[in-house]
Design a protein around this ligand. Sequence first.
Ligand code: TRP
Length: 335
Amino acid sequence: MNSKKIILTGDRPTGPLHLGHYVGSLANRVTLQDTYKQYILIADLQALTDNYEHPEKVRSNVLEVMLDYLAVGIDPKKSTIFIQSMIPQLSELTMYYMNLVTVARVGRNPTVKTEILQKGFGESVPLGFFVYPVSQAADITIVKGNIVPVGADQLPMIEQTNEIVRAFNRTYNCNVLVECEAVIPKVARLPGIDGKAKMSKSLGNAIYLSDPADVVAKKVMSMYTDANHLKVSDPGQVEGNTVFAYLDVFDPNHAEVAALKEHYQRGGLGDVTLKKRLIEVLESFLKPIRDRRNEFAKDPQYAMKLLLEGTALTEHVASQTLNEVKEVMHLVYKG
Ligand code: TRP
């Protein structure tokens, strides 16, 4: 086994990142970058698989996502951040991997299945979208990544990647590729402000890292609490209460949150009081992030320069891996 720990992770640039991303993977990446070699890709190729008609949207969000990364403290000196479409080796590797995966297997991938339903593709699912798990396996393996900090919804991608790794090494009788493991966040998942299980851009229930303070406050005031908690004096429910779910994650004072829960269940604690506390808690978390983001946003060329530097470093590693792959596949031709 390869004992070097290398991280590969990333996001689709289809919109700015939100608190769900933070809890789901950004927080882990900020911590892990101190210990491991970390590559972070901005997955514009993958974003295009269901946004091919909106290339300008994907393009502009590459920078937004980069600014979000810098804002939360991903440090380009420690982490190599790169643009997926600028690494042609990824597309080539995907092509080789496609021989090792059946249509039926991708069709059984639970995340792909869910997304096909959500996006209403039905039978007309674009092939590019359908094969994105294979392209994601290329993303991870091209830098020989063996740690992947992602949200739990990405576990099927890791499983599929490891199947490809094993099939490749077995078929070409080598150990060029390495298996990977996911690093899943401690907090299961952050609900949306509407109380739905997942915060997501498409559900319109997200608080963005870049939201101004007044927007955050408005979103918190509209949060789903307990439909039966009508009067302040009524006993309220803590389970399924979005405000408490957020306080559990972001309020550093656990003892006070425990006392508030008790008070709420007893009756006499109003939603507005509770929401005002959450607004303060979120503001002290988001303000430094927003300030840093605004600083970096003043010089988009600098952010782009950092991205291009990261991309050049990655391409160097990618071409080495691809050479090894082509070697064992008898694809190296010399005159
Ligand atoms: N699938 C991820 C998402 O939807 C993005 C992604 C692309 C990714 N390639 C990756 C994540 C490789 C981890 C590793 O956000």
